[in-house]
Ligand binder design. Structure first.
Ligand code: GLY
Length: 433
């Protein structure tokens, strides 16, 4: 089978590896903006092109007789790449635009949750004018402010975090309103976790829960990033969760998929990503994304024991119900090495040398290859993943590997350490009283 992968980051490197591990021996083709050395090494052929160039992507897929595609990032989904490939007769893992809207229009997503009574929706309103928006901020008193459009997860600001007070929340709202509509919502307090699932239009196959770390520096300090690293435990839940928390989150995702079909008349086929906060009253939805998380994909894809290409086929045919998707019961820790100065003033075009990574896996992200050498682009560069019986052991594997990745880079030593996990557990205990 010939499979086309769209996207060229760390997440897509993990997807490429998943596809290539299939016993069906698929031929992999890739479309990426820059040459990711990890993906390139796994491909028969690749095209360097913008991932939103719908016409060129379809032309390339037809020219290579592609039989199935996987769309990694959100931008091509928002551009309608999945729709165009389906129209060309190529089944796609990655939702059509009508359903992917759940990620790229935050106002739509909240209105949709409200309309269908999906649990975990905060008090919120959508605004286009400053005066009522400011009044709503005062009324709620503690808010999250979200631009309505696709921002790669980077435009959301929260009080007690990036917004020190109500004045800052009002000012940020006014700034966003100059560009479009804004969602103001109640701020949730708790521990974040990510729940991802393969979805075939109706049925969901859930991955183990993951916790990402958005802040750039140790101790959850510094500016927000795309995610500096993440971990899973050796089961479905995280150490600060109860099984019932996970069950509630799963129900919310199942309800969302059913409601998406009712609302759009289109089955959601792809990866659904639920970003939750576990609060004193259970899991609440921060947002939904229409693709794997990055770095979360790198935690969970290596754990899949079921054949990846068979899962992809079940997603596009709507037959997930009859394919048990199994995972190995191991803990994982993923850590990103990022350019010095990231995210505000990153070192670009700086060489990265990957030495002996021991037992860890390595995933190339925002780097490019030139004359056999690897260079940074300005975003997260290289991720390493440790996989072991416990989080502690997985962390050591990842940490040892990072010590042998050289360049003008830094990473968070604390992700997955006993101390940080204990802080999460203590925080949740305090919240639950
Ligand atoms: N890790 C956050 C995201 O992928 O949106």
């Amino acid at each position: 089978m010939k499979i086309l992968l769209i996207g060229g980051g760390g997440r897509e490197h993990a997807i490429a590896e998943g596809i290539k591990k299939s016993k069906h021996n698929p031929s992999l083709y890739a479309l990426m903006a820059k040459k990711n050395p990890g993906i390139a090494a796994l491909c028969e052929d690749f095209l360097l092109e913008k991932e939103t160039e719908v016409v060129k992507i379809v032309e390339y897929a037809k020219a290579r007789n592609i039989e199935m595609a996987f769309v990694g990032p959100e931008a091509p989904l928002a551009a309608g790449v999945a729709d165009a490939l389906w129209e060309a007769g190529i089944p796609v893992v990655g939702p059509r635009k009508a359903c992917a809207v759940i990620e790229f229009d935050k106002a739509w997503a909240r209105n949709f949750m409200k309309k269908y009574g999906i649990e975990g929706c905060p008090a919120y309103e959508v605004f286009t004018d400053e005066v009522p928006a400011h009044a709503f901020i005062e009324k709620l008193g503690d808010v999250a402010v979200k631009p309505s459009g696709l921002t790669g997860g980077k435009g959301v600001k929260v009080m007690g975090d990036q917004l020190p007070d109500l004045k800052a929340a009002r000012e940020y709202t006014s700034e966003l309103l100059e560009k479009g509509s804004v969602v103001i919502e109640e701020r949730f307090i708790g521990e974040e976790f990510t729940l991802q699932a393969f979805v075939d239009g109706k049925n969901l196959a859930f991955f183990p829960a993951v916790q990402d770390h958005k802040r750039a520096y140790e101790g959850d300090l510094g500016p927000n990033t795309g995610g500096m690293g993440s971990y899973t435990d050796a089961g479905e839940i995280l150490p600060f969760m109860l099984s019932e928390d996970l069950e509630k989150a799963k129900k919310i995702m199942q309800h969302t998929v059913t409601a998406l079909y009712e609302e759009t008349g289109t089955g959601y086929q792809g990866i659904l990503y639920g970003q939750f906060i576990l609060t004193a009253s259970g899991p609440k939805v921060v947002e939904f994304n229409a693709r794997f998380g990055d770095p979360e994909a790198m935690n969970v894809i290596p754990l899949i024991e079921t054949d990846f290409v068979e899962i992809m086929s079940a997603v596009v045919k709507g037959t997930l119900e009859s394919l048990p998707v199994k995972f190995s019961r191991k803990a994982t820790v993923c850590k990103y090495a990022v350019p010095a100065g990231y995210p505000d003033n990153p070192e670009k075009d700086s060489e990265v040398v990957v030495g002996d990574i021991g037992e860890a896996s390595v995933y190339y992200a925002s780097v490019y290859e030139k004359e056999g050498r690897i260079y940074t682009t300005g975003s997260r560069a290289v991720a390493v993943v440790g996989c072991a019986e416990t989080i502690e052991a997985a962390e050591k594997i990842a940490q040892n590997a990072l010590e042998n990745i050289r360049g003008k880079l830094f990473f968070r030593k604390d992700i997955g350490t006993v101390g940080l996990i204990q802080r999460r557990i203590d925080h949740m205990k305090e919240i639950r009283g």
